[in-house]
Design a protein around this ligand. Sequence first.
Ligand SMILES: [Zn+2]
Length: 234
Amino acid sequence: MKRPWPKRLWFWGGALVFALMAYRGGTWSLTGLRGWRLRAFLADPDGHPHWIRPAHAQCPGAPFRWPSTGYPGFLRGDSWGLFHWHTGVDIFSGQAVGKTPVYAAYEGRLYRLAHWRATVAIRHRDPLHPERFIWTYYTHMADPQGRSRIVEAFPPGTRGVYVAAGTLLGYQGNYSGRPGRPVGVHLHFSIVKDAGGLPANESFPWNTLDPSPYLGMPLTAWQVAPWRTPECWE
Ligand SMILES: [Zn+2]
């Protein structure tokens, strides 16, 4: 009797297991390998100048500017667990808290909710889909105890203040949201859907957008090999 299916089953079963292993996190996953490269950068930032993208850099034809000088160590879709996907891009300066400026990627109206110590968000008319609004979201701008490194022009409770592209917002920090539990100094930058005039909950991947077309470069985990630095498409 001819039974052609087991071979295929093995192939697709194996492919599925491999894909899950590669994706779910851990040392040998895409994210794990990117983590090794990030550690190499952080151990010697000055020794890796070509990994650093300067603030305000703009790829040809892309609407958004790079928001802060540093190495994009983790990308959107990097994963630290099967259901723990990264919603944005992490930009590591390799410098101490409060040293590296963070700038608006595009013009819009800035909001800072009353309880936001380390975060601002800017509402934009979407330059790629002008019928809708989107948000750029900037966080970790505080010290380990949550003392803000956002500029004084944008106190908690700021609502709808116009900012031009390139406006100084604050400085890279390492506040995790839990005092005394710092992360590495970086900017977490993401693009978030609009939810009735406020940003949708940024911690859910499905509320965020792929930043790649807005910055003109590959910025999702599966677009960039873990031994490469993202570069402009054009
Ligand atoms: Zn992040």
